[in-house]
Design a protein around this ligand. Structure first.
Ligand SMILES: *[C@@H]1O[C@H](CO)[C@@H](O)[C@H](O)[C@H]1NC(C)=O
Ligand SMILES: *[C@@H]1O[C@H](CO)[C@@H](O)[C@H](O)[C@H]1NC(C)=O
Ligand SMILES: *[C@@H]1O[C@H](CO)[C@@H](O)[C@H](O)[C@H]1NC(C)=O
Length: 603
């Protein structure tokens, strides 16, 4: 099942909290919502001790249950008595894995946020810069609970907020009517941002210096929020870690077919939309999740693909396919793109993103010996990849040939060890690298907004996804440890225990946290606190400069320029041309029929 979940969506990345409490006086804030009390915690990073006030499990929306299921979230409002914010709220309903973290309490009443406030004086009189994290997990799994903001907050002196939002069918059912309008999971995130805008001042935060960041599907959500003009004023920067806008299969017109699949699996009548809606409103969240689990563990790709509810072009939150919008932005003006270009951006990917897809082929041990023959490359890997890329659309043979040619090392075309790396490159380029570069180019092209790009290269001692030795770089999610200052326990989900990161990783973490929080404080990753290895240059379409994070950071240029050209320009142009050629042949053929006689005398 795990494999199928990864296949339809993206990898679940869980970080698990270490619950090390140290009691001190009880921190408390009095806001217009009422009094909220929290707890102070001590953390250690690189031998130094820090203190952070945590306010956990604050409801920002009414429980999205009963009549509110599938509905846009309603603000929670104020507390009738002092709210004791010392426990995480439940995570939103999702499958439970054998390796599920201990904090796996799930409930439909799940719209909570967690706030980490440093004990240091703010860097500006206006208050602490604020970083709101949107978790990943393919929009089907995950929770804010797993991302401990304690170290990032207290070491670098910013407020960190983590949130839950509705997942899967409960977050994205869209059956084309007001009763299930779609994208409510994204609206949850938007409401959490409004909550932060209205209330973070009480916690010592500066509502005019909010940055949103996220990884994987959470990164895609960050980009989507940056394309939603109603967010104007709610944040001024975004950090997208390995997740852009043009992911294949990300947007649908609605989720009616998915809804019908659930209704049928639940034994309901599913002829009309009303019947489907009634069925899905009455079902328990457990049975809805069970349908998901059964379908994704069935081994049947079609069933698995029938249960993944995605964002929809609902006409409100999303008015156009956002991936297509990036293409059209070169020649047309869109309100979404204008808003996108008004928000500062750090965008990046890991060095071997595509290595994540190797996990579909076996465990780390078996992957050590993994090799790909030319025959397999041509008949399995490339056609398989191309099929995922273009969904149900038939792909012209010439496109397959083009992809084979691009992903062949012509010095050594049949070397199985080169070929396996080409498979990693192929998946990485298509799913992550070229969408990311395309997004950054659109962001900065013809705009003077601050835009930055990174590539996270180093293979960590314990990669989140176990990788064979021949994979030389970091893969999907590996930057998360450094971004959060390793304040998590990977035992349950990733079976990584007693991990003490080596000193070079902690140094790297120090630098990454500094760049991220500088960006949150000033909009420039190099200010106000330098002391970093290199000055991170702005990204623009001519120089295409970016930072390479590694054991020693450096500056590079033209990151993934070739694959971006290939996937975003050449392949679409060839597809257009073959479609066009076909149309011409058809027209020409018709004309011939009409005007030529059997002896070939025409006209
Ligand atoms: C977490 O899940 C396990 C196995 O499904 C279960 O035994 C345990 O009670 C759950 N813990 C919580 C806190 O819900
Ligand atoms: C930048 O935009 C111009 C038109 O506004 C377009 O011609 C050009 O191709 C774009 N450059 C990139 C790298 O996207
Ligand atoms: C977890 O890792 C240990 C070795 O570190 C291994 O023996 C064990 O089989 C692993 N468990 C799972 C569930 O993968």
């Amino acid at each position: 099942m795990e494999i199928m979940v990864r296949f339809i969506g993206e990898l679940s990345i869980f970080l698990i909290l270490i619950n090390q409490y140290q009691s001190a006086e009880v921190p408390s804030v009095s806001s217009k919502l009422g009094t909220i009390t929290g707890e102070t915690k001590s953390v250690t990073f690189q031998g130094n001790k820090y203190q952070v006030d945590r306010y956990l499990g604050i409801p920002y929306a009414k429980p999205p249950t009963g009549d509110l299921r599938f509905q846009p979230p309603q603000p929670f409002g104020s507390f009738s008595e002092t709210y004791n914010a010392v426990d995480f709220g439940a995570s939103c309903p999702q499958p439970s894995y054998p390796t599920m973290p201990k904090e796996n309490k799930t409930d439909e009443n799940c719209l909570f946020l967690n706030i980490y406030v440093p004990r240091q004086k703010p860097d500006e009189p206006s208050g602490h810069a604020v970083m709101l994290y949107i978790h990943g997990g393919g929009l089907s799994i995950g929770s804010g609970v797993f991302y401990d903001g304690s170290v990032l907050s207290s070491v670098e002196n910013v407020i960190v907020v983590t949130i839950n939002y509705r997942l899967g069918l409960l977050g994205f059912l869209d059956i084309d009517n007001e009763k299930a309008p779609g994208n409510v999971g994204l609206l949850d995130q938007h409401l959490a941002l409004q909550w932060v805008n209205e209330n973070i001042g009480t916690f010592g935060g500066d509502k005019d210096r909010v940055t949103i960041f996220g990884q994987s599907a959470g990164s895609t959500c960050v980009a989507m929020q940056m394309m939603y003009p109603s967010n104007e004023g709610l944040f001024r920067g975004g950090i997208t870690q390995s997740g852009a806008l043009s992911i294949p299969g990300m947007y649908h017109e609605n989720n009616i077919n998915i809804a019908k699949f659930y209704a049928r699996s639940l034994g309901c009548s599913f002829e009309t939309k009303d019947e489907v809606l009634k069925c899905l409103k009455e079902a328990s969240s457990e049975t809805i999740i069970k349908v998901f689990v059964d379908a994704t563990s069935s081994g049947d790709f079609e069933s698995a693909a029938s249960v993944g509810a995605t964002p929809t072009i609902d006409g409100k939150f999303i008015r156009h396919n956002l991936g297509d919008l990036l293409k059209k932005a070169e020649t047309e003006t869109f309100e979404e793109i204008d808003f996108f270009r008004s928000v500062k951006l750090i965008n990046g990917v890991s060095g071997d993103e595509g290595a994540m897809f190797l996990t579909m082929g076996g465990s780390a041990e078996t992957l050590e010996e993994f090799e790909v023959t030319r025959e397999q490359m041509n008949t399995q890997q490339i056609p398989g990849a191309v099929a995922i890329m273009y969904g149900n659309k038939p792909v012209p043979e010439v496109v397959q040939q083009l992809v084979i040619s691009e992903y062949t090392d012509w010095v050594n075309p049949d070397d199985p060890k080169r070929l396996r790396q080409q498979v990693v490159d192929l998946f990485g380029d298509f799913f992550y690298n070229s969408p990311a570069i395309e997004m950054s180019r659109v962001h900065c092209n013809g705009s003077d907004v601050d835009s930055y790009v990174y590539n996270f290269l180093p293979k960590l001692d314990k990669p989140l996804i176990p990788l064979p030795k021949w994979v030389k770089h970091a893969s999907h999610g590996d930057e998360l440890g450094p971004v959060f200052g390793y304040s998590f326990d990977l035992r349950d989900l990733f079976n990584i225990s007693e991990y003490t990161p080596p000193e070079w990783e902690l140094d790297l973490s120090n630098r990454v946290m500094r760049y991220w929080t500088n960006f949150a404080k000033t909009g420039d990753p190099n200010k106000p606190n330098p002391g970093l290895s290199v000055v991170w240059p702005k990204y623009d379409v001519s120089s295409q400069s970016y930072i390479k994070f590694d054991r020693e950071d450096s500056i590079g240029q033209y990151l993934y320029a070739r694959p971006t050209e290939f996937w975003k320009k050449i392949v679409p142009a060839v597809i257009d041309a073959t479609e066009h050629a076909q149309t011409v042949t058809e027209q020409f053929g018709k004309k011939e029929e009409q005007t030529c006689d059997n002896d070939g005398n025409c006209g």
